[in-house]
Design a protein around this ligand. Structure first.
Ligand SMILES: [Zn+2]
Length: 248
């Protein structure tokens, strides 16, 4: 029986059982595996990992473990004062775009409400999510760690929170998107970009009270839904304010 020592840092500990969190622990193995397979066998998807040090030197996912290795595993965005290391993530996606799994319909609506580009269908298959993510350079948002363990997935995030508002905050924080917030820019139903539209053009299609009280309107070119600053607007503003106030 061979042995390696492991230490996971920061939020990677979310995936581990209590006794393995935030401490160095020994792990016994019979067959040599890649460090990627070892990490994932402990429940941590490789998309969460940005840096692996073995005996103080950075390695890639293909590194084959050796008896006695001392392995430190760091998450994406963990700031480190170490130069000349091999970061494992490809460069961050410049304009973040997402594809959400079937469990994240409410989160999708929150993210679209603040202007983020999120593809979602309640019948997406895992294979479809993976192939769209690669083709369109979209980060996968998921409640299912399994999908993030696939080799071909490069950008993904396992959403921890269970309530949609908390999930939205979590995603914004993780992808550092506070500056991207832009309300009334995207259709909550279908993800298309909204266009401003003059009141006179649609006045006959509006409920009379809305026509009387509101002057600013947006229309979705795909599903033809109208948007205005109605009663939900105050709630939305409060939510956006809370997102902008996320502390670091
Ligand atoms: Zn729409």
């Amino acid at each position: 029986m061979h042995k390696v020592y492991l230490r996971f840092y920061e939020e990677l500990n979310d995936f581990l059982p209590e006794e393995k969190r935030k401490k160095r622990f020994a792990h016994q193995y019979i067959d040599r595996t890649s460090v990627k397979d070892l990490i994932e066998s402990l429940g941590v998807p490789h998309t969460e990992v940005d840096l692996i040090l073995v005996n103080g030197k950075s390695v890639n996912f293909k590194y084959l473990i050796n008896d006695g290795d001392d392995i430190s595993i760091y998450p994406v965005f963990e700031s480190l004062d170490i130069s000349d290391v091999q970061h494992l993530r490809p460069k961050p996606l410049r304009k973040p775009k997402f594809i959400a799994d079937v469990h994240l319909g409410r989160l999708t609506k929150y993210l679209r409400m603040i202007g983020l580009d999120v593809l979602y269908k309640n019948n997406f298959e895992d294979d479809e999510i993976v192939s769209i993510s690669i083709k369109e350079k979209r980060a996968i948002l998921t409640k299912d760690r399994g999908i993030l363990k696939r080799n071909e997935v490069t950008h993904g995030y396992w959403v921890r929170a269970t309530k949609a508002e908390a999930q939205a905050k979590e995603v914004l924080e993780r992808f550092d998107l506070q500056k991207e917030i832009k309300e009334f820019s995207r259709c909550i139903e279908c993800n298309d970009l909204l266009k401003p539209i003059k009141k006179e053009k649609i006045i006959n299609e509006l409920p009379p009270k809305v026509a009387k009280l509101q002057n600013e309107f947006y229309k979705c070119p795909s599903c033809n839904k109208f948007y205005w600053k109605g009663s939900h607007y105050q709630h939305m503003l409060a939510f956006i304010q809370s997102l902008k106030n996320i502390k670091y």
